[in-house]
Write a protein that binds this ligand. Sequence first.
Ligand SMILES: [Fe+2]
Ligand SMILES: [Fe+2]
Length: 453
Amino acid sequence: MPDTAPKISIDQLVDIVNNGGKVRTGVDIFNKQGRLILEKDVLVTDAIPLLNVKKFGIGVIPIVNAGAGGMWDKDGNSIESPASFTPAKAAPTSEIDRRINEISEIRTAASQKYEKARGCIKNVLTSIQDNGGHFDFAPIEDTVSGLFAFISQNDNAFSYLTREIFSYDDYLYNHSINVCTIGTVVLKKFAEKFGAAVNKRLHNSMADSGEPDGIQFRKCFTAREMRDISIGFFMHDIGKILVDKEVLNKEGKLTADEFEIVKEHSLSKGPELFAKNSIDNPFICKIGRLHHARLFNDEKRCYPADVNPADIPSCVKICKLADIYDAMTSRRVYKEAMNPVGVVADIFHKYAHKDNLLQLILHAFVEAVGIYPPGSVVSLTNGQAAYVFDGRGPVLIPITDTDGQPLNTKQDIMVLDKSAAARGLEIDRRKPPLTPVAAHKIMPAYLKKSLYL
Ligand SMILES: [Fe+2]
Ligand SMILES: [Fe+2]
């Protein structure tokens, strides 16, 4: 059947789903390395899974127009030929147009997921305030499951969203979602890359010590456990809703008393809320209570103080890195957002070479977030500033000339591969990365329009 199935271009399929339609291939799609990248039974309702296939250099895929497979318009009518969905908009004519369109599609889908998640966490926190600490857990499971599935299709999708740099409001909502999405990508990379190797080593050491196989050192998580950990990331700061907002938003250094108040969010308020709502999942509870604990012996301002870094579960360590990354890259009442490029470097330097498990987590973190996260702005050795389309390459679009003056016309895409390095063109690591606000000021209008709002 797959051999005779009509081959349809990904662009046409994207048009169908963007017009409210649905697509199901009816046949598994593999990349050139034989990895399954789109399952035959998945009902595709947005562009992400299709753009994900395209990222592997696949321009057309078979659609089995029988059984479960097929294409349908927004009213559910079967589409025999996608010709009627020829895009109303002009087809992209250049690589840069193609990239901008692609990222614009990803941003739209990510934005919708983000808004749904914001609604969920807002309801939970409002319910805690209005109903004596009680909230409904089912919508959280549903929302995080949706985020988890979405991230599986495109692990970079959320890094293109930059809205928080324009808003002082709703930090806790955004932070909960950001830690969940960033942490989940790190968790997946960690489990993929290191699960088997680390499990073997730790299994041996635990067998030696007679230690029970608790959650402490688990790497090969089941799908259910991974989702529970994601829920833990989503709810990690839930106790903050019961902490004085003036203290949380205070500009400048906290007094010793104020720091004690902030600490309550994870030490007592969060655990009380979990208990009140009969949430006893060990992943969720440990993440909530321990996500500010020390990751190495001399780390300062960590709590609870009496927990040995070696006893902190890997999922909690991942939460802490995601938490720090988001806190530093987000704009707050009292500080500007920092450029993610510098933040990744800071986190790496702070936590590198402390212990083996943390080192593996750190590598998964850098791989997940990227040394040059998509959506960030970097300086090049020739003096230009450039927007990162894709951290792998990296693939960039210059936004200034070599004198730092804004470029308002579309430029050619740059790929900083080995041949660029041989010509002396690289990312300039000596220059401090631009803050998001500074980057926004020099961003060409055509990019702002497609990629920022
Ligand atoms: Fe926290
Ligand atoms: Fe946090």
